[in-house]
Design a protein around this ligand. Sequence first.
Ligand SMILES: CC(=O)N[C@H]1[C@@H](OP(=O)(O)OP(=O)(O)OC[C@H]2O[C@@H](n3ccc(=O)[nH]c3=O)[C@H](O)[C@@H]2O)O[C@H](CO)[C@@H](O)[C@@H]1O[C@H](C)C(=O)N[C@@H](C)C(=O)N[C@H](CCC(=O)O)C(=O)O
Ligand SMILES: Nc1ncnc2c1ncn2[C@@H]1O[C@H](COP(=O)(O)OP(=O)(O)OP(=O)(O)O)[C@@H](O)[C@H]1O
Ligand SMILES: N[C@H](CCC[C@H](N)C(=O)O)C(=O)O
Ligand SMILES: [Mg+2]
Length: 490
Amino acid sequence: MISLPLFSLLTDVNVLAQHGPTDVPITGLTLDSREAGPGVAFCALRGTANDGHKFIEGAVEKGLAAVICEELPAVLNPATAYVLVADSAEALGHVAAAFHGHPSRQLTLVGVTGTNGKTTCATLLHKLLRELGYHAGLLSTVQNQIDEEVIPSTHTTPDAIRLNALLARMVAAGCTHSCMEVSSHAVAQHRVTGLRFAGGMFTNLTHDHLDYHGTFDNYLKAKKGFFDALPKTAFALTNADDKRGPVMLQNTVARRATYSLRGSADFRAKLVANEVHGLHLEIEGREILFRLIGVFNAYNLLAVYGAAVLMGEEPTEVLTILSGLTTAPGRFEPVVSAKQAITGIIDYAHTPDALENVLQTLHEIRQPSQHIITVVGCGGNRDAAKRPVMANLAARLSNNVILTSDNPRFEDPAEILAQMEAGVTAPDSAKVQTVPDRRAAIEAAVRLAGPHDIVLVAGKGHENYQEIRGVKSPFDDKLVLAEIFAELNK
Ligand SMILES: CC(=O)N[C@H]1[C@@H](OP(=O)(O)OP(=O)(O)OC[C@H]2O[C@@H](n3ccc(=O)[nH]c3=O)[C@H](O)[C@@H]2O)O[C@H](CO)[C@@H](O)[C@@H]1O[C@H](C)C(=O)N[C@@H](C)C(=O)N[C@H](CCC(=O)O)C(=O)O
Ligand SMILES: Nc1ncnc2c1ncn2[C@@H]1O[C@H](COP(=O)(O)OP(=O)(O)OP(=O)(O)O)[C@@H](O)[C@H]1O
Ligand SMILES: N[C@H](CCC[C@H](N)C(=O)O)C(=O)O
Ligand SMILES: [Mg+2]
């Protein structure tokens, strides 16, 4: 069990005032008063729905060792230590890192940020490092991993306490490397504050999460904040072809590097062909066939190649391994109905840009006679502005579209669907149907498909649930589509 005196956790924290014992032993950390107890330090955070400060007194009654907060309660308990800080979330980042012995300092830790492609890049880099012979960890939307051991993930980037605990488990298991996704929420909420990164990668920036960040500019600032905080020893690798790529590195002190498919950059690739069975790229004068599909994946592969080289790996060996790697779960994953010769594609496209890329890719690799039938929805209690845009794109770039539900959460599915329908223009409206039940929607798409057609089921990728009013019921697009295909084959 960990037991450390409070003062030893505060080395990197800007403490404004302190009350009570400073050497009290801390045996646990929490950001949730419901987990308070003896030996625990509770960090009060101001969230979107609640303010942790409201729960301080209740937590102290459970025998807390310490409280870290931005505002002291009216009455202080003499047996409890109170640490006043300007920003509790920032303080928690440092405290969590110290509590777990700064595991990031014992790892070559690489973070990936951007709107789309984080999971793909982090997963590819992890697979690559494993094949290079390293013990390596992964923190991703799909799952966390210590070598091949899978630990379920709840967030793209866990909170600072869970995050440092996971990194410490990686160190204890002998990992030398770790790859992680850094979401914009994570940067804004200081989940990654206190970590020492060996490198940062930027994929791209397009429309998402404006519900949380308010404006596109704030969203950009959150992502950029990750690069601003990188140390001099780290590399900062950006996509030179993305409009916001250069801005990301504007103020970083890290070693800058760029990748591009279009112009000059430190890491360059040329697209030779984008086909059903993979990408054909020219990198460093070599022509290589990769198993991933779609130009967007050429960017992901190039970014991972660049990162590996910046980490000191041998370029030829890296390219050879990358050429054999397969996609991350639920990212452009095929499900084929042999008898009807229908190709199903499961993809996690849940932003306008991702959906456009995936549909564009299908146009590039299909035969002209193959129709594209798209099933898509938009999540509830998330960015509403993307709903009409995604429906519009789906309708423009598909022969038929079935609009359906994707984790309505606490919203009315009919209302979300009405907002999506509003984005469909009159000439396209005949192609579009609305089927709120996701299974029925996938069935409808398969019924519309003729031999050799393509059914794209977008938005949920690897997710194995449908979340309705706080309840997650089992639902897996890949399994459902396979079941519907099997029914047809009977
Ligand atoms: C919008 C958001 O990021 N919310 C996160 C946030 O919750 P919140 O701000 O709603 O918390 P709150 O309920 O207002 O409570 C504030 C504080 O009071 C505490 N509290 C609350 C009640 C109580 O009785 N006692 C108590 O101490 C809470 O533990 C919390 O620390 O802090 C929680 C604890 O860390 C997170 O679990 C929660 O993630 C929610 C579940 C979530 O869905 N987050 C998504 C949007 C998210 O983070 N997504 C990104 C990826 C997005 C992407 O890249 O596509 C991710 O990294 O996963
Ligand atoms: N480099 C890219 N550029 C644009 N779109 C991409 C790129 N890579 C993947 N996509 C699309 O975005 C979807 C999500 O990809 P991925 O899961 O790798 O992104 P992510 O950034 O991890 O997403 P999240 O924010 O949900 O964690 C994919 O299913 C694909 O449709
Ligand atoms: N990481 C993304 C996941 C969206 C996936 C989609 N299926 C949804 O539920 O909206 C988010 O939190 O916005
Ligand atoms: Mg992800």
